[in-house]
Design a binder for this molecule. Structure first.
Ligand code: APR
Length: 230
């Protein structure tokens, strides 16, 4: 089976009603990013950070996977599909994708402040956390999110995945944030690379990239047909 690696960003969840970060009206126009999504911000005001992610969990609870998430999951019947996502939502998993690697954490999980490997998954009837939240093991808990200023533990795995891809597909990312934005440059020479985004960022040094300047659902419908030889 050919291995297809998808590298997705906030844009793939836009058609599910989840706000992106840097589009007009995006999250970083509404909130001071360094106060709500950085290690320093969390140290300064953990309550504000917990409340920010509580609000995003309530938004996520109202969202559903869109056709792009579903088409990616559907390709698992014919390809070895791996998803590397910058997104912290669980829409890829809810669409049926079985191999999802979250580079920037997972919104529906909390992790111990003391033992980072200890996580607990929140449920639809228990979406909120605060600085007083304790895990079942008694540890103080925090959002399981990679804040700005923190390491991206899964990046080596993601780079190896990109280097093993037979096809590499980038969807819905402004390519602003490294190291995730550099994954497309880890592919082997000659690997077909696609970039689906209605307002694609420049991709210098990628002469053969196939840019599809359309929304995720339309681009995935086109790509699905191409990959299935339709
Ligand atoms: N379909 C596909 N792409 C879309 C759509 C859509 N319907 N709507 C918007 N986009 C594209 C935009 O054109 C833009 O290129 O999605 C991208 C969103 O870019 P960002 O908001 O910067 O999101 P992302 O690239 O995922 O941000 C990376 O930054 O703040 C951090 O940790 C956060 O993971 C996030 C990282």
């Amino acid at each position: 089976m050919k291995k297809i690696v998808f590298s997705t960003g906030a844009g793939i969840s836009a058609e599910s009603g989840i706000t992106t970060f840097r589009d007009a009206g995006g999250l970083w126009e509404q909130y001071p990013v360094m106060q709500v999504a950085s290690a320093e911000g969390f140290a300064a005001d953990p309550g504000l950070v917990h409340r920010f992610y509580n609000a995003r969990r309530h938004d996520l609870a109202k969202a559903a996977p869109n056709e792009a998430h579903k088409l990616i999951a559907g390709l698992q019947d014919s390809f070895d599909v791996r998803v590397v996502t910058q997104n912290v939502d669980d829409l890829h998993e809810r669409a049926g994708s079985r191999n999802v690697l979250h580079l920037h954490g997972e919104l529906m999980k909390l992790r111990s402040v003391i033992r980072p490997e200890y996580t607990e998954t929140l449920t639809p009837d228990n979406l909120d956390s605060s600085p007083d939240t304790r895990g079942r093991n008694g540890d103080p808990m925090r959002p399981h999110i990679v804040f700005f200023g923190e390491a991206v533990p899964e990046i080596d795995t993601a780079m190896r995945l990109a280097a093993s891809a037979d096809i590499f597909v980038v969807i819905g990312t402004s390519l602003n944030v490294y190291p995730a934005a550099g994954l497309m440059r880890c592919v082997r020479p000659g690997t077909p690379v696609y970039y689906i985004d209605p307002d694609p960022a420049p991709t210098p040094g990628m002469p053969d990239i196939r840019v599809m300047a359309v929304k995720a659902t339309e681009g995935m419908r086109m790509l699905d047909r191409e990959l299935r030889g339709i």
